[in-house]
Design a protein around this ligand. Structure first.
Ligand code: ADP
Ligand code: GLC
Length: 493
């Protein structure tokens, strides 16, 4: 099958969060299954280009409401595969360093940037003279892709392609002014509640959900949660309306990147049957984060965007109580809301040698935390899938997570009766519930190291590779193509 993946992020080139990890790994797994996969992403100013990047001579013509615009395409084969990725160079929108927000906040022209990107990404099919069977869009930035396929591309060679939109996070919906419709040269009748209109504005995500042939999200529990008022962030009714076409497919992890046996950032490799050298990572972690190394103290690690979704304010309020104990230390790596950045930096100074904070985005430090910490904290308010807990388990680091979304689907509760489980879960989104959950983990740490050891190797032996998820996506693609072929050209879906 011919599959075009359209994404605002891709690891290792342009990453804000887990979406990049997914679009960096899924194409490789799909290629292994025999699909012809191609990918499109914007060329952001922060992307470093070496000799593997090939500028293409033929300009890409992108129609807009105001005439043609011309972009340049760069080709880069995805590392570890033969999948061609096409990066769209268009300075007005993408030359700046950041993907969504700069030092002064959210880019005010994000609607135009990603609307234009969506249109350009579809135009690439004509530019290549390669028509996909399926176009796979990701999150709100590409929400208008299915809408365009059903309108401005209906009746063209491309218009028959089935479309999938994957919801990685329903909280962000790409609300914008209705002028985006004319800017992109789309028909004005789309500004209706059963197309792209929401509360007097345009919602790119809503448009994508209405118009896609099939809708996926990144775990089964999240697929249910977003159909409820609390989880749906205003789109629950339309998701329920489309529930027959909505399916949860759990993310996998790229085991060529996230694997303690071959991870170059670690001082010593280790595995489920040889966990001893994990301690070397702990020592190095202490050095890098300014902690006093003590094998008797448990290190709790965090690698996260510091936003409300991640529930780290709950941790912030639990820390002073936890710091009264002498068996626990913390390392935090993240960027985001300044209040949380400030609070965790202040802890770094207040609890010298016991609390290490690094504000910034740093891939190497992230690997070191997954490997060197003893427990990994994700007290998320909601979590569509979560990759952090999967990486932590692959590195034998026990997750402590809130029972929500993909965390429920991937972490099994520790049972003191028989020692089974792969982590610790708590329900209520409160700092007290988190605190008590951490105490349960510390009880095991202090009371039964052998059980903990077994739990680590059990967590590591699980298979979270992309194989089964890529198979599931293959089935969704087939399902979508069949549905699309059974419909009239202008039908929604
Ligand atoms: P989300 O996509 O909501 O941020 P995930 O758990 O799915 O959450 O994925 C987060 C990804 O981003 C992981 O690969 C994690 O290691 C990475 N990450 C988050 N914050 C940082 C950071 N400050 N430095 C390095 N990597 C980070
Ligand atoms: C989103 C979600 C996260 C998920 C990731 C990749 O950013 O917040 O839970 O793992 O996308 O699908």
């Amino acid at each position: 099958m011919k599959i075009l993946i359209i994404t605002p992020e891709i690891a290792p080139f342009a990453k804000v969060g887990g979406l990049a990890d997914v679009t960096g790994a899924l194409p490789k797994a799909l290629e292994q299954l025999g699909h012809d996969v191609r990918l499109v992403c914007p060329l952001y100013g922060s992307i470093r280009r070496d000799e593997n990047w090939k500028p293409q001579n033929k300009p890409l013509t992108v129609p807009t409401g105001n005439g043609m615009r011309y972009a340049r395409v760069w080709e880069r084969i995805l590392p570890g595969s033969t999948v061609p990725a096409y990066f769209i160079e268009y300075d007005e929108f993408f030359a700046r360093q950041e993907i969504y927000e700069g030092p002064w906040g959210w880019h005010s022209d994000n609607d135009r940037r990603f609307g234009f990107f969506s249109r350009a990404a579809l135009e690439i099919c004509f530019w290549m003279d390669w028509m996909p069977d399926v176009v796979h869009a990701h999150d709100w930035p590409t929400g208008l892709v299915p809408v365009m396929l059903n309108t401005v591309y209906a009746g063209t060679k491309l218009g028959n392609a089935a479309s999938i939109i994957t919801i990685h996070n329903i909280q962000h919906q790409g609300y914008c002014d209705r002028s985006i419709i004319s800017f992109l040269g789309l028909p004005e009748w789309l500004f209706r509640a059963d197309h792209v209109e929401a509360m007097g504005a345009v919602s790119m995500m809503k448009g994508g959900i209405f118009h896609a042939t099939k809708v996926t999200t990144v775990s089964q529990t999240y697929a249910r949660e977003i159909q409820e008022p609390i989880g749906g962030h205003g789109l629950n009714s339309i998701l329920s309306f489309r529930s027959a076409d909505l399916i949860g497919v759990l993310n996998g992890i790229d085991t060529s990147v996230w694997n303690p046996q071959h991870d170059k950032t670690l001082p010593a490799p280790y595995s489920a049957v040889n966990l001893g050298p994990k301690e070397e990572s702990k020592k190095l972690l202490c050095e890098r984060f300014g902690l006093r190394y003590d094998p008797k103290k448990a290190i709790m690690g965090v690698v996260s965007r510091l936003y409300e979704q991640k529930g780290l304010d709950l941790l912030r309020h639990a820390v002073p109580r936890l710091m009264e104990r002498d068996d626990v230390q913390f390392v935090i790596l993240g960027t985001g809301e300044s209040e949380l950045e400030y609070a965790f930096s202040e802890f770094h100074g207040r609890y010298q040698g016991r609390f290490g904070t690094w504000i910034g985005f740093d891939d190497e430090r992230a690997h070191l935390i997954y490997a060197g910490a003893d427990f990994f904290l994700m007290p998320s308010r909601f979590e569509p899938c979560g990759l952090g807990q999967l990486y932590a388990m692959a590195y034998g680091t026990i997750p402590i997570v809130r029972a929500t979304g993909g965390l429920v689907d991937t972490v099994r509760q520790y049972r003191s009766e028989d020692g089974t489980g792969t982590g610790f879960l708590f329900d209520e989104p409160s700092s007290d519930a988190l605190y008590k959950c951490i105490l349960r983990a510390l009880e095991l740490w202090n009371g039964n190291p052998e059980r903990l050891h077994n739990m680590r190797s059990r967590a590591m032996r699980q298979d979270f590779s992309w194989d089964s998820s890529a198979n599931a996506y293959s089935n969704v693609y087939r399902w979508a193509v069949e549905a699309r072929n059974g419909q009239g050209e202008l039908g929604i879906g």
